[in-house]
Design a protein around this ligand. Structure first.
Ligand SMILES: [Zn+2]
Length: 959
């Protein structure tokens, strides 16, 4: 199982860190702390590069904060709870060859172990062992003394969960009741978000069943828009499916066969008999509230698997319905078969909603605009969304809607529903808006369960407290804050226990197991004390409710609790102190897919259980990794285990590739090309170190000044990006930004390293340490430094090293080179001789004058400058306007970055500076370079270019 990194020195440094225990964190009173964590992962597969993305961001932040002088706690654990491995084990037991193949070829499981993979406990244990190796090889700076995994297979995790659930129950946050849940008929259990193969985040939606009287029974049509009942023209049923007469809700109802099966899980249903669709089509039913008789038509748009399989038609406001009428008119065979010609011809859309931007019949407008002629056209979906949303937010019911006339659509919706139910002409049906598949492979349904345990996330007071805290937390990026608030708004009660899978039993009802998203909310609190259990200072069975109440809530008398539990009082107090030192969590970093569930639950539970000072302080959210532009999945064959990436590219190159891929909510894209590039860049760094170590020079030139100055600026930029968790911006600047500066320095000095080189490299290595720690350590030791760079102080910019003059001079030189290049490009051949003219002493005054006039409106400034130039005889009437314009433009481009004082300073010694750079320019252009001041005697100026010289913008002549 041993993992071998592609980079030889990585293993060495991982061992040295472990030996020196530098990431073990204990409370240091008086020293500021940072508690960072990432969500633990399910142990049903190898960690992949997507995990690696979140982890590397977390680790870079932890290492950055550690170097800034914080006492940093970054702990680790493993998630075993739930059904995560059950599906795989089941399929393997059934002899599924594709699972065997996947395990061997993608996950890299040795063939001889496959027989044991039918046991979920073996599987989770196997992956935990393997993934621990991977996390260590990635160089994550973890305090391993605090490690644990979930479920009652662990000696103390369940004690913690039992305490959590008893506390929640005592506070009234857990109820037992009757609720709709997503239900797996095979597992006979609610299917939580993370127990799903498909349909994560989907929850049951409440449909209104509208009863249309048909003989002594009712056709029950399911709708989300009961207020549209006033615009109904007909009923749709699917002609190719069977319907059934059922006894439900005290009535005889007609629904599709599939709907009857679903309703059985929601209310008491008795199936009386089958009714072929043909017996219904062409007949009439009576509309509730209006008493109107409307015909029953056949339509393919009706999905018998969805809702009740009966749909009422509102062609004025529902694109599908209008398209259905058109499709039926065009289907001569059906018209003939059911003799519907006259009936269909008589259907006219009934307008009932006034909505801005549309005329009488919004659905008709949209369908005709798109040229849709079939009721199965996929564009109907989009048209429907547009109209439904517009009508819901801006629609008002017209005068033909009885007592609801004049009400907004959003007001009328609930009123109509309540009225229908009150009159016995309506009911409720729960349905999933999308397919949800359980991990066991079974399609789920909505079941109303009795006696189910729920977390009362709908509790308005609880919600308000959570929202108030979200408004005040640090959330990166800021845009995620709105998202969290929305999630809290729509969150309903949550089934917190299930009947199967690994986990912890509900302490008061051991038939139930706390489900996977519900036992993973406040476990960061366990990290603050797990060290004492792992080291044997506290025994797992000593961890009773009183002990935990004292440690986490400060409740009870430590002396009594000590004698009752057998934990020494002094230890008990120490553990309480340790919790108080580390809590709250300062930063939790996670992928955005966990915003709608885990991360929000995490806040809810902290708010419910702990004092406000222990509620989470910060959350960083990031995107979801793609592979070469595509979603990563095992079935697509583009799944990259993290250990494989480390074996191919090395951990640092993997970290670098991930960090450079994205930040904020953007989805990073893993590309092999980028990983290879990153790998090469690490070699470049090692080579630079070797060069610097072997060089010895005492030169300290203007370029050295520049190198140290630009370094200070980059430090500022990188530090402030890291504070906001902008890891891509920070690392890009740290790696490539500083590398470009280094390259420029080498070019300028012709490779003769000056005094600044070593100083620069030393700081550069420190800056790289949070991102590519192995390479940074290797470089650090090559530079002859003792100790770990991981423990060095994060470089602070030194104001006294910032030298604007030096920076401006290098910028001017780059501008000059660009100008020379664009001139030679026009000639199309390399220059033999380059002549540079620096402006005369007299003309330098032009810069001062231009600065003085800058505050004027630009046209006036230019006019005044031209007048002044002519008066001062700096240029004749013909040339003055062009030069004045150039001066103003040059000034504008420089003042965005430099102080005016700097510009004047540098202009003063321009000639001297270009003289110093002559050798460099000759080398760059492989040509003779001559430099003159415009007012010098006997200058070489065959084309009269000297007169074009301006301060900070020399004239150029090229031969
Ligand atoms: Zn299932």
């Amino acid at each position: 199982m041993k993992l071998k990194s592609a980079i030889a020195y990585e293993e060495k440094w991982a061992e040295k860190w472990a030996e020196a225990k530098i990431f073990e964190a204990d409370p240091k009173p008086g020293k500021p702390k940072i508690f960072i964590c990432v969500p633990y992962s399910y142990q049903n597969a190898p960690l992949h590069v997507g995990h690696g993305f979140t982890y590397t961001r977390g680790d870079a932040y932890a290492r950055f904060k550690r170097m800034q002088g914080y006492n940093v706690l970054f702990p680790w654990a493993w998630h075993w709870t739930g059904e995560a491995v059950a599906g795989t084990c089941e399929r393997l037991k059934r002899g599924d060859q594709s699972v065997r193949k996947m395990l061997v070829e993608i996950d890299g499981v040795p063939e001889e172990l496959l027989d044991k993979f039918t046991d979920p406990v073996f599987v989770t244990r196997y992956y935990t062992e393997e993934n621990r190796e991977t996390v260590k090889a990635m160089g994550l700076s973890i305090d391993w003394r605090r490690e644990f995994h979930t479920t009652d297979l662990h000696p103390y995790y369940s004690k913690f969960i039992e305490w959590q659930y008893i506390t929640l129950k005592n506070k009234g946050y857990i109820t037992k009741g009757r609720h709709p849940v997503v239900w797996c008929p095979r597992c006979k259990s609610p299917t939580g978000d993370h127990d799903r193969l498909a349909g994560e985040g989907v929850s049951p939606e409440e449909y209104t069943l509208v009863y249309f009287k048909f003989g002594d029974a009712y056709l029950a049509a399911a709708t989300l828009r009961p207020e549209t009942i006033f615009g109904v023209t007909n009923i749709w049923i699917n002609p190719n499916h069977e319907y059934v007469l059922i006894q439900a809700d005290g009535k005889k109802l007609i629904v599709s066969e599939q709907a009857a099966y679903k309703l059985k899980n929601q209310t008491k249903v008795e199936i009386l008999k089958k009714i072929p669709a043909d017996e219904l089509i062409g007949k009439f039913a009576e509309t509730p509230l209006t008493g109107k008789h409307i015909p029953i038509f056949p339509a393919d748009l009706v999905d018998p698997d969805f809702g009740s399989g009966v749909v009422y038609s509102v062609p004025a406001h529902a694109p599908y319905d209008y398209a259905g009428i058109i499709a039926l008119k065009n289907n001569q065979e059906r018209i003939r078969k059911y003799q519907l010609k006259e009936l269909v011809e008589s259907i006219k859309p009934i307008s009932i909603i006034r909505v801005p931007g549309y005329g009488e019949f919004p659905a008709v407008e949209e369908v005709e605009r798109l040229g849709i002629t079939s009721d199965t056209d996929p564009r109907l979906e989009e048209a429907t969304k547009t109209i439904y949303s517009k009508e819901f937010h801006e629609g008002v019911l017209k005068d033909n809607c009885g007592e609801y006339s004049g009400k907004t659509v959003s007001e009328a919706r609930d009123l109509v529903k309540e009225k229908l139910i009150e009159m016995g002409l309506g009911g409720v049906m729960w349905e999933l808006p999308e397919k949800v598949i359980c991990r066991c492979g079974t399609e789920t349904i909505v079941k109303i369960v009795e006696d189910q345990w729920f977390l009362k996330y709908s509790d308005p007071e609880w919600k308000e407290k959570v929202k108030e805290h979200i408004r005040n937390m640090n959330i990166y990026p800021e845009e995620a804050r709105r998202w969290f608030l929305n999630v809290v708004d729509w969150l309903r009660d949550w089934a917190c226990a299930r009947k199967t899978g690994l986990g912890t039993k509900l302490p008061w009802d051991p038939d139930w197991i706390v489900e996977t998203l519900s036992d993973s909310t406040i476990y960061p609190a366990l990290y603050t004390i797990s060290k004492y259990l792992n080291l044997g200072i506290i025994k797992p069975d000593q961890l009773n409710i009183d002990v935990l109440n004292y440690i986490y809530l400060g409740a009870g008398d430590p002396e009594k609790i000590s004698s009752q539990s057998g934990i020494k009082e002094e230890i008990l107090k120490q553990v309480r102190e340790e919790f108080l030192y580390w809590y709250p969590v300062d930063m939790r970093i996670s992928a955005k897919e966990l915003v709608p569930n885990h991360l929000t639950f995490y806040i809810f539970h902290h708010v419910a259980i702990f004092e406000p000072r222990h509620w989470p302080r910060g959350i960083g959210v990031n995107g979801m990794l793609k592979i070469e532009g595509e979603k990563m999945s095992k079935s697509k064959g583009n799944f990259i285990p993290l250990k494989k990436a480390i074996e191919i590219y090395g951990a640092d190159a993997t970290r670098a590739t991930l960090l450079l891929a994205a930040e904020d909510l953007d989805d990073p894209d893993w590309r092999d090309k980028n990983a290879r590039e990153a790998r090469n860049m690490l070699d470049v760094l090692i080579r630079i170190c070797r060069d610097v170590v072997s060089a010895n020079s005492n030169d300290y030139t203007r370029v050295d000044e520049w190198l140290l100055s630009t370094l200070q600026r980059k430090m500022k930029k990188i530090t402030s990006a890291m504070e906001k968790l902008k890891t891509r911006t920070a690392f890009n600047e740290a790696l490539y930004g500083l590398y470009n500066d280094w390259k420029w320095y080498i070019r300028r000095t012709g490779g003769r390293l000056g005094k600044a080189a070593e100083k620069f490299l030393e700081e550069w290595v420190k800056i790289l340490a949070p991102f590519i720690p192995f390479t940074a350590e290797e470089c650090w030791s090559m530079l002859g430094k003792s100790g770990f760079v991981s423990l060095e102080k994060w470089p602070e910019p030194r104001e006294e090293l910032i030298n604007e003059d030096a920076e401006l001079r290098e910028d001017l030189l780059k501008n000059l080179m660009e100008d020379i290049r664009s001139i030679t490009e026009v000639y199309g051949k390399p220059p033999k001789k380059i002549v540079i003219y620096v402006s005369s002493k007299k003309k330098r005054e032009l810069l001062g004058k231009a600065i003085e006039l800058k505050s004027l409106e630009s046209k006036a400034a230019l006019g005044n400058l031209i007048k002044w130039m002519i008066a001062e005889k700096l240029a004749d009437k013909k040339k003055a306007p062009t030069l004045a314009k150039l001066m103003v433009d040059t000034l504008a481009s420089l003042t965005s970055k430099y102080k005016e004082k700097t510009l004047l300073n540098v202009a003063e010694n321009e000639l001297e500076f270009y003289e110093e750079s002559r050798e460099f320019l000759e080398r760059e252009f492989n040509a003779n370079v001559e430099i003159y001041s415009e007012d010098q005697e006997n200058i070489y100026d065959p084309r009269n270019k000297a007169s074009t010289a301006l301060p900070l913008r020399p004239g150029i002549y090229i031969e």
